[in-house]
Design a protein around this ligand. Structure first.
Ligand code: GLP
Length: 229
């Protein structure tokens, strides 16, 4: 990621990063912050688009992805505020469709995503593309799977506080990225990682669509890789 940012900046080009939330990318964000502080990596030429946001949360809600990204990355690097994009969690129902279309338009206008970072949910989702999401899906409102809501419950202080819906980039949006990197750590991801990499490509595991991408890599620790043949 750092090499891409540096080499594009030296040619006068911006770098468009697609970013993910969750605990998985935290060590990567720590390293980007270290590179910024200690090795002069600048994010002045970087434009970011996050994958998703919970619907119903204000930006400053402690569990919003807006807050998460600022707390864990944006507040510690020199990315410009106007280059940061996340879907809105507070858009009115009747405006969701146009909001999602504008998000897609902003990605296109930025030149498309150069590097998309992904985690994986236990339902196999990338972003919040729950089972049933088509490989052609675009940015839209999605109903969160019960497993996803259960996994989020501890940080929300109970299942009843977890939003039921989110806005997510679609699988089609994600698959247009020129380079994709999925990270997964720990044994609790082992079975879904196996399905994503060795299982059939279908909409029950949206990460399986990455098998068809020509520049996608999975980075796994031994726990997450434990069930692979
Ligand atoms: C959420 C996010 C996903 C993330 C997943 C896994 O559902 N929307 O982008 O990949 O959580 O979270 P974790 O990295 O904490 O396992």
């Amino acid at each position: 990621m750092a090499e891409l940012i540096r080499s594009r900046a030296s040619q006068g080009l911006t770098t468009v990063l697609g970013l993910a939330t969750g605990s998985t990318p935290l060590p990567l964000y720590q390293e980007l912050i270290r590179l910024h502080r200690e090795e002069a990596l600048s994010f002045e030429t970087v434009v970011t688009f996050n994958l998703d946001e919970y619907l119903g949360l204000e930006r400053d809600h402690p569990e919003s992805y807006w807050t998460f990204m600022h707390r864990n990355l944006f507040d510690h690097i020199d990315v410009s505020a106007e280059n940061i994009h996340l879907p809105s969690g507070t858009v009115a129902d009747e405006d969701i469709e146009s909001h999602c279309e504008s998000y897609e338009e902003a990605i296109r206008e930025a030149g498309g995503i150069d590097f998309q970072l992904l985690g994986i949910g236990r339902t196999g989702h990338i972003g919040f593309n729950e089972p049933g999401s088509s490989q052609f899906s675009r940015t839209r409102r999605i109903h969160l799977d019960p497993i996803t809501r259960q996994d989020a419950a501890p940080s929300f202080g109970g299942l009843e506080n977890v939003p039921t819906h989110a806005i997510t980039m679609g699988c089609g949006t994600i698959l247009e990225a020129r380079r994709i990197v999925l990270l997964a750590w720990g044994e609790k991801k082992a079975s879904i990682v196996k399905e994503a990499i060795e299982g059939p490509i279908n909409d029950q595991v949206s990460a399986s669509f990455l098998q068809d991408h020509d520049n996608a890599s999975f980075y796994l620790d031994p726990g997450a890789a434990a069930e692979l043949k």
